[in-house]
Design a protein. Structure first.
Length: 222
């Protein structure tokens, strides 16, 4: 039974349509006046403090990280990561304008575009933001950064601007709502912390269980 069928049945039993103005106003007021939860102090501070905590927590999450001075330095940083791990000089990326503007032609990388079909070893995405508290990356779905790149390739390289590193999850959700507006949120918002892992079987940690074995973060400071 579909979601709409179930909701329609509930509305009929209540004798409402779901569009009554008092009901909508009550919901809006409840959301607007909802008390804030407890926000940890760990990620708070100025831009330098948030970046320092993000770098620290990236290591805790078993991801690697490099910093570059400007977006123009990203392709070389990607190439260096692939060489370091003896990986093919191939990447797949989406249509993100920030990635497209980078000088990939100055490297020997073979760059493919669009979503992954599961055959790609390496992918590059551009995060909407990072979270200092846990070194979590925020990626929104769409043609710019297809969700398949977050899960199918073995090696995921994610670019994030230092200025877009927020202190905590609550701040980032506020920013998402502000940026996209009511009813216009992306279909999927992925929060990624470190490489994929599982310890379900005999409590043995296994990387790459449900996604990339390696996660490499490139922070753009410029």
């Amino acid at each position: 039974m579909s979601r709409e069928t179930i909701l329609a049945s509930v509305r009929r039993s209540l004798g409402v349509s779901g569009q009554e103005r008092p009901r909508l106003s009550a919901v809006d007021e409840r959301i607007a006046k909802a008390p804030r939860g407890v926000i940890p102090a760990r990620g708070q501070g100025d831009r330098a403090a948030k970046l320092a905590k993000f770098i620290e927590m990236t290591a805790v999450a078993q991801a690697s990280l490099s910093e570059v001075a400007s977006a123009a330095d990203v392709p070389q940083a990607v190439a260096a990561f692939l060489r370091e791990h003896n990986l093919p000089a191939t990447i797949r990326r989406g249509d993100d304008e920030r990635l497209a503007a980078m000088p990939w032609q100055n490297t020997t990388l073979a760059v493919a575009g669009g979503p992954s079909d599961g055959q790609d070893l390496n992918a590059v995405s551009h995060a909407l933001a990072g979270i200092a508290e846990t070194a979590t990356l925020v990626l929104t779905s769409g043609r710019d950064n297809p969700t398949t790149l977050n899960f199918l390739p073995d090696n995921h390289i994610v670019v994030v601007d230092a200025k877009d590193i927020a202190a905590d999850y609550e701040t980032m959700w506020d920013e998402l709502r502000r940026r996209y507006g009511k009813g216009e949120m992306p279909r999927t918002v992925n929060w990624i912390t470190g490489p994929s892992r599982s310890a379900d079987i005999e409590q043995t940690l296994l990387l790459g269980a449900h996604g990339p074995r390696r996660l490499h973060v490139i922070v753009v400071n410029g």
